[in-house]
Design a protein around this ligand. Structure first.
Ligand SMILES: [Zn+2]
Length: 294
């Protein structure tokens, strides 16, 4: 959070450490913070109005009270960026090229904003899973999957008040392997598309929080294996799957860079890797959009 607050506009490095502010007269601090907050890029995700992408919607000047935005019943994150309020709309992977309508509320005034979703074709990926039950679950497995889905759906729908830090770091060291959106065929059977980004690294490689947040759920799930969810605020939620080890507990606040667990191959996995999911307005979106400025 501190880094987010203290990085000045235009990515000018130099005043990145809070310590340096201690050398300045205390009377200057509020002024500098104000300049930083109103003038800085909040490092929002890249605007990408495609299925699985994030659309950024300009909602007017940030010196006006913060507006609210909703897509259907689902509230959207609204953040200040370069003196403007900006709403973030996560677009579901299954959305066809279409116009999506967002309701905006400024005080008692309601208006509509439309987003034109563009076509994007994601490549196909064929995988072989040795454990057949992970592709064709038996009745007991299906009951377990349904129970677990109820839990994780509630975790993904949450909308907390905290203003999220959208300036993400990669949560593990390693090459990016399977990208977001791949159309997946497991053992010859079409299954859900790849709703996350995979980072390939060995079992035991530390996994760190990409930004500050609160651990909103931990569990050991049929498909996802050992999993941690972090709630960053305003419907921005990240998840870490197939872990070999979980180092945090439900309800625990985490800082950017804090170790939350280790890479593994639990659940439905062809080998050790991290499956990293980023969710906005209850919709998985491409995590790379949150790293795009690097
Ligand atoms: Zn994955």
């Amino acid at each position: 959070m501190l880094r987010f607050l203290f990085i000045p506009a235009g990515n000018v490095e130099g005043i990145t450490m809070p310590k340096k502010f201690l050398l300045l007269p205390p009377s200057l601090l509020p002024f500098l913070l104000l300049v930083t907050l109103s003038g800085s890029a909040a490092a929002l995700p890249e605007h990408s109005p495609v299925p699985g992408g994030v659309a950024l919607l300009d909602l007017g000047r940030a010196d006006q009270p913060q507006p609210m935005a909703k897509w259907g019943a689902q509230p959207l994150a609204v953040l200040p960026e370069k003196g403007r309020w900006v709403a973030l709309l996560g677009i579901p992977l299954e959305t066809p090229a279409a116009e999506l309508e967002v309701t905006v509320q400024h005080g008692t005034l309601f208006s509509k904003k439309t987003v034109s979703v563009q076509i994007k074709h994601y490549p196909e990926q064929r995988l072989t899973i040795k454990d057949k039950r992970k592709v064709e679950p038996d009745p007991d497995d299906l009951a377990r999957i349904a129970r677990e889905r109820t839990i994780t759906e509630a975790v993904k729908r949450r909308f907390g008040d905290a203003q999220p830090d959208t300036d993400f770091d990669l949560p593990a060291a390693g090459p990016l392997s399977s990208r977001f959106g791949l159309r997946r065929i497991f053992n010859g059977l079409p299954r859900n598309p790849h709703a996350g980004l995979d980072i390939a690294a060995g079992t035991g490689t530390p996994v760190t929080a990409p930004a500050a947040g609160v651990v909103s759920n931990t569990g050991d799930y049929f498909f996802n294996g050992k999993t941690v969810f972090i709630d960053h605020g305003q419907g921005l939620i990240s998840a870490y799957m197939h872990l070999s080890r979980i180092d945090v507990a439900d309800g625990q606040p985490v800082n950017k860079g804090q170790i939350i667990g280790a890479i593994g191959a639990t659940g439905r996995a062809t080998g050790a890797h991290l499956h990293w999911a980023v969710i906005l307005n209850n919709t998985p979106v491409d995590p790379q959009l949150f790293l795009a400025r690097r």
